[in-house]
Design a protein around this ligand. Sequence first.
Ligand code: S3P
Length: 435
Amino acid sequence: MKKLSSQPANGLHGTLTVPGDKSISHRGLILGAISQGTTTLTNFLPADDCLSTLGAMRALGVQINRESTTVQITGRGIHGLTAPKQALDMGNAGTATRLLAGLLAGQPFDSTLVGDDSLSQRPMERVRQPLATMGAKLALVNGHLPMTIHGQHLHAANYQMTVASAQVKSALILAALQADQPSTIIEKLPTRDHTERLLQAFGGEIATAADGKTITVQPQPNLRGQNVTVPGDLSSAAFFLTAASIVPGSRVRLHNVGLNPTRTGLLTVLQRMGGDVTITPTASTGEPFGDVTVAATELQPLDLTAADIPAVIDELPLVALLAATANGVSRISGAGELRVKETDRIATIVTELRKLGVAIEERPDGFVIDGRRAWQVQTSQLDSHGDHRIGMMMAIAALRLKTPLTLANAAAISISYPNFFHDLQQLLPSTEVLV
Ligand code: S3P
């Protein structure tokens, strides 16, 4: 149980540097492990999900030293992993599970992936089926974990994706590295391209066609260890950008956040809603990054449809919150993927925002929100439902309230952002004590 802060009298203020990007931290570990030589990850995210990946790579025989946010990986090359002695426990980490499914499908040993209750309910057929077209042998239980992988010699992929998923795409890319011929993967919609960018940095040959969706991968590359600086996670910065937008009087600057255009959907959303956003790109070393400043202002409603969704998929709980303060009716559709995240996020967003009296209607693939209705708090306790992003979104929503509430199952927040409340505290006046 966590006591949440209510509305700070003068809003949120200050500059914050958020922790490293979760997606890139997972990928840095995996690509470092299958390269030759040493890889150093700086600003690695030491959150539960990435530590699950780190543990799994160690169990596959890779030497990894971590000191705080610096990780040194002694690469074993693409053919150097060894059979794990027991099942790999992926915890809550969907990204790690799907990516490792692709990597392990082509290794000359068997392995098993298990996870927590939430991960064990998430769909895994979406990786089993496309990998099977390459000759992979993955066994699931009713489409779910535990997943047993019987490592095989893999054929090239020539696969048209049926879901817009960077996790599935990345599983196919990691399998394609081990295939006998070049592979082609065609995305349903363009999704985050961190695997492609990082693979290129490690010396892999991968190209995306002008359509932004057709990816070709050359097999059996000689990957070389790299020094990788992980940018700040825009998905973590998003909580404070949203807070600054909706808590009157706020102005907040987020320093050195990733600005990969496949991830910046929330910034586009804020701009479309009339938000006061200033983006200052500072550098690009494979991944672009920079500073983002947001100040509170009145927001307009917006419509989001399927093509908008991949770039804002993890921020949709925050889009719902922004819409709940806008001066009209917002419609989010084409977001059915939310139903298979850490929780059914359409259901958990609707349940939790209704506790605040928000006028939100559930749809099969999204929600409709009338931000004009004044909030009327119906509860003293909010709930993360064990979902990190729902817990943090509700902690931000609470900053609009006059009375302090509590958050049940707040521990889930450490899945992606162990220092979330500490960082939030930095932006609140010193009289507000959260921790
Ligand atoms: C991720 C891809 C997305 C996203 C997840 C991280 C990744 O999932 O929701 O938090 O790092 O590849 P899907 O690929 O299932 O959409």
